[in-house]
Design a protein around this ligand. Sequence first.
Ligand code: AMP
Length: 222
Amino acid sequence: MRLILLGAPGAGKGTVAKMLTALDGSVQISTGDILRGAVKDGTELGKKADAYMKAGDLVPDDLILGIMAERLQQPDCANGFLLDGFPRTIPQAEALGGMLDKLGIKLDFAVNLDVPREVILDRLTTRRTCSNPACQEIYNVKSKPTKKEGVCDKCGSPVIQRDDETEEAISKRLDTYNEKTAPLADYYRKKGMLLDINATSSDTVVNTIKSKLGIGCCGSCA
Ligand code: AMP
C-alpha cells in the first residue's frame, strides 16, 4: 500500500502506520523520526532542525524535501510505504506529487485522522517514547505503560518524554498544524484522494483502511 497519513500530532498516525506495515511489508516513513535521529546523532541536518522542533515549528521545506527525495528511492519502498508526518504543507504536497510522478509511483489515497483536540492533548502529555532512534516504540503512562518504569519493553533503552511534548510546545504544534497542515485535507479531497476517518481507536482506523484497500481479515478474502 502507498498511503499518506494526515492528522494532528497525537492523532495516532505513528501507531496506525506501525499496524499497517505488519500487513504487507510496506515501510513507515516518519519525517519526525528521521529528524529526531539526526538531532540525536548531531548531523548537519539535526543541527539545522533542532531549534525548530523544540519550538514546535515546522522545519523548512527544503530540508524535508531533500530527505524525502532520497528516502523514497530506497529499495525498501518497493513494497509500499506509509507517509507519517509528510507532507505537512501545500508546497511539500506539490513537491511530493512531482517526486512520485518522476519515480512512476501512484498513491492509493491520503487518510485524514480526525480526533478531538481534548483527546489529542491528553494523549500527548501522557505519551512517552523510547529514546533509541532505531526503536522509538511509543508508550502511554495511562493506556500503555512500560512493564518496568522508564525502560523500553522492546529494547531496554530509557523511555522519555519528548522535548516537544511539553504543554507549551504541544499547543504551538497544534496551532502550526491548523494553520499549515490542515489545508492538506482539502487539497487531497479536491483530487478525489481523501479518506476521512473520525476515530479515536487505532483498530477502527486500520479496519477502515483495510476495507477501502480491499484487504480481508485473513489476507485471502476481500
Ligand atoms: P512529528 O513526530 O511528525 O510530530 O514531528 C516532530 C517535529 O518534526 C515537528 O513538530 C516538526 O518540527 C518536524 N517535522 C516533522 N515532519 C516535518 C515535515 N514534513 N515538515 C516540517 N517539519 C517536520
